[in-house]
Design a protein around this ligand. Structure first.
Ligand SMILES: N[C@@H](CCC(=O)N[C@@H](CS)C(=O)NCC(=O)O)C(=O)O
Length: 216
């Protein structure tokens, strides 16, 4: 199997973290010819990373890939133990996608604009802040993990999201975005010590640094 991935992509990093944690025999590679190339479009018509070539078909979308990998390689399990915990893991991933990463893209656009619209940036920062409060509300965080007492699919979704929150928000004027939230701040402190989390955190940061040095 082959995962099409880019280091800086939080969605691809979600899948990489699961692959590392389960020690899966999956090659990780960049899209051939780049994201917008015809050769990659032939592999993944959505033209986004990640995409998983299973050998029998290509699975796009990070959440769908996670579910596929859990079904195909059940051991060691990365879904939490109970139905309620599993629903919580899925909920945390959706909050991260819909209410944190989604408002972050318009923020990037403003940050890159020649004359950023400060009011538009504040609106996006407020939306992300609300997403973070919601995350804080649902997070277990008792044992240093998002749900329950072991690493799960929820951590794979949250770690890349929080790398972006803690890297990008301070550059947009929001210093210490997790500081006043007890659960989320403590969770972020603890999860960075996990080996697989630390590995993807390093990859994302290096990917962002390379992107920044290319765009000057
Ligand atoms: N919902 C998708 C989002 C994937 C996504 O937006 N990936 C970005 C990289 S972070 C991408 O490939 N963007 C290329 C584009 O939109 O043109 C998922 O969860 O996999």
């Amino acid at each position: 199997m082959k995962l099409y991935s880019l280091d800086a992509s939080p969605f691809a990093a979600r899948c990489r973290m699961l692959i590392y944690a389960k020690n899966l025999p999956i090659e990780i590679t960049e899209p051939p010819g780049g994201l917008k190339s015809e050769s990659y479009e032939a592999i993944n018509p959505l033209r986004k990373v990640p995409a998983l070539d299973t050998g029998e078909g290509v699975v796009p979308e990070s959440d769908t890939i996670i579910e596929y990998l859990e079904d195909h390689f059940p051991e060691p399990p990365m879904r939490p133990d109970t139905a309620l915990q599993r629903s919580k893991a899925r909920l945390l991933a959706r909050i991260a996608d819909l209410y944190i990463m989604e408002p972050m893209f318009p923020l990037f656009m403003q940050m890159r604009a020649a004359t950023p619209d400060r009011e538009a940036m504040t609106r996006q920062l407020d939306k992300i802040d609300w997403g973070l409060r919601t995350l804080d509300w649902y997070l277990d965080g008792k044992h240093g993990f998002a749900v329950g007492d072991r690493l799960s699919t929820a951590d794979c979704a949250l770690v890349p999201t929080l790398v972006y929150v803690t890297t990008i928000l301070p550059r947009a004027g929001k210093e210490k975005p997790l500081n006043f939230r007890d659960k989320l701040g403590a969770y972020w402190e603890a999860i960075q010590k996990d080996t697989h989390a630390a590995r993807v955190i390093g990859e994302i940061r290096e990917g962002i640094a390379r992107m920044n040095s290319r765009s000057g």
